[in-house]
Write a protein that binds this ligand. Sequence first.
Ligand code: BG6
Length: 486
Amino acid sequence: MTAPSPLVEPFDLVIFGGTGDLAVRKLLPAMFHRFLDGQLPPSSRIIGVAREALDDAGYRALLRQTLSAVCDAVKLDAFLQQVGYRPLDARKDAGWDDFAALIGSQPDHVRVFYLSTSPELFVDICGRLGHYRLNQGKSRVVLEKPIGRDLTSANQINDAVGKVFSESQTFRIDHYLGKETVQNLLALRFGNALFEPLWNNAHIDHVQITVAETLGTGNRSAYYDRAGALRDMVQNHMLQLLCMVAMEPPSSLAPDAVRDEKLKVLHSLQPIDAGNAAQLTVRGQYRAGVAEGASVPGYPDELGHASHTETFVALKAEIANWRWAGVPFYLRTGKRLPSRVSEIVVAFKPVPHSIFDVAAGPLAQNRLVLRLQPDEGVKLWLTIKHPGPGGLRLRHVPLDMSFAEAFGVSQPDAYERLLLDVVRGNPTLFMRRDEVEAAWRWAGPILEAWAAGNEAPRPYAAGSWGPSAAVALIERDGRTWNEDSE
Ligand code: BG6
């Protein structure tokens, strides 16, 4: 049983990019689920904004296509009564007066402006919101990633947004932080006496973070080709996961207590640059192959031309501090891999001395596996005695907890939690400006090293685990990628 969700205070949520993929596929369904759970006050409004010439009815019809699969028509109609639409162009004046009048100017009312658009529009949109004084009081702005494509462009965006919204009004979203298992990392690490004493280089051998996707870049290839896997996944989602694993215990869950600790981790990352990028990173790009049982084209075919953009990255990161010196963090992510799986594997050191006969079988490492998706849960791999007679034989088995089985509820989507955190004004699970900058400061030299090397990414067949060099990257150190996930 889960506790009932408390009602939040009435709010207006304005989604710029309201007809886009993220809004239609993720943001609106997330709000719908919160509605079904009784968390949305009836006076709250959700307003989609985009350039398309739609009206409220047209927008609702568009959303109905996605949402009707989720629930019955009566509830859906009731939800859609709270949803409206305004056609607006961030770069043209038309419609903005009416929009401002619609939103109103009561500073005590929570107004959330979610910028789910290309980052080039962030500055224009914020400028207009400021012009109409929609940035006052309890107004908040949510910035979707990518925030820039390097440190300079991220600073430009943050400076421009910062002229209109204060840092405490600015919510830089990384939806990975809203995933249940990521929040569970906080509970596991800091709610149990068991792990924290072992959470250091005396006991942990290495950490692996894998975010594998079966999908290709599909209709996002125009965006993706300018980004690539390092900008799209590593600079944000994967570094945030790394921070949650590696940070020191914060003194509380106060937003800045947590974010201060994550920032220290980012500052402690060993640089990867032209001097060591070839040893510590592997870039790949998928070619034709078989994904989920179907033949799929390669990335250049989907794109329509050759490209040096990576759709796969594996890298070895190191954190230069007392807790983590000598403990590699292996990260890998890619499109068109054999299965959709995101997980964090904490591999512990072997026991210092074996008392068992060779005949008992090998002693395997303890591993703590946090599965983000699918089948969210936690597995702790232990060595036990194989039951029954036949001498003492060792077995490596998981203590396996699936959250869905244990709690009998499906996990909410990350956006459900995060959107309501914005309404509540809680930025704990959002990135502070200095975190984004520190992440770019680390990722930038990797991108520069790759650009200077001017080498094409290594090809890999769709449906494989990336280029063989990614296997070599970890095997060179006498370790292997977690087979359980493959
Ligand atoms: C997004 C990336 O931020 O995260 C996408 O831009 C990626 O390329 C997606 O597919 C993965 O999110 P999730 O929640 O499906 O793992």
